[in-house]
Design a protein around this ligand. Structure first.
Ligand code: HEM
Length: 446
C-alpha cells in the first residue's frame, strides 16, 4: 500500500501568475484586493512569489492560532522586520527577541495596569476636548489628519508625560517622517536607508530630533524623580526609569522602548479612529445609534459602558484592520493543511484576508456592528478576528487602544455629528499599516 505522504512544498498553490488581477506588480500595489480574493481561489495555504515579495500565506483561523499561540515556538518574528525597523526601534518590544524581549515586556507592563489605564482615560477625554475646539459647525475636516494629531497628543501626554507643545511638535514631525520613510515605493521593494532620497534625509533628521527630545524628557524626569507618584502608578517613562535605576535597563533600551511605543501606539490607533469615524459618517443609521448611546449619560467617564460604540469599533477593526499582515519565519519545518513548510520559510498571516472571508462572516464586506451578538462571538473561531495579533507577542497596547478609541469616539459624537461628503472614501494604502491614501474629508455639524 502506498503510504499517505504530505505534499512537498512545491505543491503549495502558488499565486505567481494572477489571471484575475493582471500583472504581479499589482499584488505589490494592491495587496488588499488580492488578499480578499486569494483564499477562495487558492485555499487556506498558498505561496506568493513575485520579485521582492515571497512568502506562504495562511488564511485559516486555526492556522493563525497555531502560528501565533498554540505552536508559537515553531515560528519566530520575521528577520526582515528587524532589518526594516531594527535601526529605529533597537531592542524595543516590537523588534526584540528572546530574553531581552521577555525582560522588556516585564518592565513596560506596569505602564498598562488597569488603574493606570483609567487615569490615561481622563487624559484621553481632555485631549479630545482640546481637539474638538478646532472643529467648526458646517466645516469640512480631514478626519485622518485630526485623528493623527489627537492620538499623537494622547501618546505624548500619557506615555511620555509631555505637556510642552514644542516637544509634542518634534514628536509629531518625527512620527510623520518615520511613516513617510515607509511609504510604499513604486515597486514592492524598500530603498535602503543609506540612499540619500529626500524621505531618507528627512527621516535621519527626524530620528535625530526625536532622540534629542527623548533625552530632554528623560533628563527632566530624572531631575524631578522623587516628586512624582511614579512608584504607585507609573507611566511608561517612570516605569522605565525605575528599571534603569536598578540597572535592569540601559539608557539605550529605555530610548528604544519609548520610540517603539510612539511608533506602534499612535499611527495604528489614528487609523482605527479614522476608519471608524469614516464608516459611521457614511452609515447614518449606525451613527445615530452610537450617537444616542454616547449622549445618554449625564457625564462621560473612562468607566462609562458603551456597548454599541464598542461594537462599532470592533466592526471597524474587522473591516479595516490597521495592521493587515503579520510576518513570521518558520524556526523548524512545520506541516500545515497537509503541506510541508520548510524551515526558514517566511509566513504571512493576514487580518485582511481572514476578517473579510465569508467562511467566517456573512456579507463580510458590509459594515454591520450588529453582527457582533454574544451568540455570534461564541461560535466564531477565536483567531478569525485578530486585529491585535495574539499569543505571547500580542499587542501590549490592546486595552489602551480600545479605551482610547471608545473615549475619543464618544467624546467626539457627544459634541458633533459627522456626515460624509461625496469625497469621503476609505482607500487604504499598503504601507506598514493600512492607512488611508490621502485625506478623508467629512462635514462637521454641531
Ligand atoms: C488599534 C490600535 C492598534 C493595533 C491595531 C495594534 C496592532 C498590533 C499587532 C497586530 C501587534 C502584533 C505584531 C506581531 O505579532 O507581529 C502589536 C504589537 C505591539 N503593539 Fe500594538 N496595536 C495598536 C495599538 C497599540 C498601542 C496604543 C500601543 C502602545 C501604547 C501598542 C504597542 C505595541 C507593542 C509595543 C507591540 C509589540 C508587543 C510585543 O511583541 O511584545 N499598540 N500591535
Amino acid at each position: 500500500m502506498v503510504e499517505k505522504r504530505t505534499h512537498m512544498s512545491e505543491t503549495i498553490p502558488t499565486a505567481d501568475r494572477l489571471p484575475l488581477l493582471g500583472s504581479a506588480l499589482e499584488v505589490g500595489r494592491d495587496p488588499f484586493r488580492f488578499l480578499e480574493r486569494a483564499p477562495a481561489e487558492y485555499g487556506p495555504v498558498f505561496r506568493v512569489s513575485i520579485p521582492g515579495l515571497s512568502f506562504v500565506c495562511y488564511t485559516d483561523a486555526e492556522l493563525v492560532e497555531r502560528v501565533l499561540a498554540a505552536e508559537s515556538d515553531r515560528y519566530r518574528k520575521d528577520p526582515r522586520e528587524l532589518d526594516l525597523l531594527g535601526d529605529l526601534l533597537g531592542e524595543g518590544l516590537l523588534t526584540a527577541r528572546g530574553e531581552i524581549w521577555e525582560r522588556g515586556r516585564e518592565h513596560v507592563q506596569p505602564a498598562f495596569y488597569p488603574g493606570r489605564l483609567l487615569e490615561y482615560g481622563e487624559e484621553m477625554l481632555d485631549r479630545t476636548g482640546d481637539e474638538l475646539e478646532r472643529w467648526e459647525d458646517g466645516h469640512r475636516i480631514d478626519v485622518h489628519e485630526a485623528a493623527t494629531r489627537l492620538t499623537l497628543s494622547i501618546v505624548a501626554t500619557t506615555m511620555f508625560g509631555v505637556e510642552d507643545v514644542e516637544e509634542t511638535d518634534a514628536i509629531a514631525d518625527a512620527a510623520d517622517a518615520i511613516t513617510s520613510r515607509f511609504e510604499p515605493s513604486r515597486v514592492p521593494m524598500e530603498i535602503p536607508l543609506w540612499v540619500p532620497t529626500p524621505a531618507n534625509r528627512r527621516y535621519r533628521r527626524a530620528t535625530d530630533d526625536l532622540d534629542d527630545v527623548i533625552e530632554a524628557i528623560l533628563r527632566r524626569r530624572r531631575e524631578s524623580g522623587g516628586e512624582t507618584d511614579a512608584d504607585d502608578r507609573p507611566d511608561l517613562c517612570s516605569a522605565l526609569l525605575t528599571a534603569g535605576e536598578s540597572g535592569a535597563l540601559s539608557d539605550a533600551e529605555i530610548r528604544d522602548h519609548l520610540v517603539t511605543m510612539l511608533l506602534a501606539g499612535h499611527e495604528t490607533t489614528a487609523i482605527a479612529l479614522t476608519y471608524t469615524l469614516g464608516l459611521l459618517a457614511s452609515h447614518p443609521d449606525e451613527r445615530e445609534r452610537v450617537l444616542e448611546e454616547v449622549r445618554a449619560p449625564a457625564e462621560l467617564t473612562p468607566r462609562t459602558e458603551l456597548p454599541h460604540t464598542d461594537r462599532a469599533i470592533r466592526e471597524a477593526l474587522r473591516l479595516y484592520p490597521p495592521t493587515y499582515m503579520l510576518y513570521r519565519e518558520t524556526a523548524t519545518t512545520d506541516t500545515v493543511a497537509g503541506y510541508e513548510i520548510s524551515e526558514g520559510t517566511r509566513v504571512c498571516l493576514s487580518q485582511w484576508a481572514v476578517h473579510r472571508n465569508d467562511r467566517y462572516y456573512d456579507d463580510p464586506l458590509e459594515f454591520r456592528p450588529g453582527r457582533w451578538t454574544p451568540e455570534m462571538r461564541e461560535s466564531l473561531p477565536e483567531y478569525a478576528y485578530f486585529p491585535f495579533g495574539g499569543g505571547p507577542r500580542q499587542c501590549i497596547g490592546r486595552r489602551f487602544a480600545l479605551l482610547e478609541l471608545r473615549l475619543c469616539l464618544a467624546r467626539i459624537l457627544r459634541s458633533v455629528r459627522i456626515e460624509s461628503v461625496p469625497e469621503t472614501e476609505l482607500t487604504p494604502t499598503p504601507a506598514l499599516t493600512s492607512r488611508p491614501d490621502g485625506p478623508v474629508p467629512v462635514r462637521v455639524r454641531r
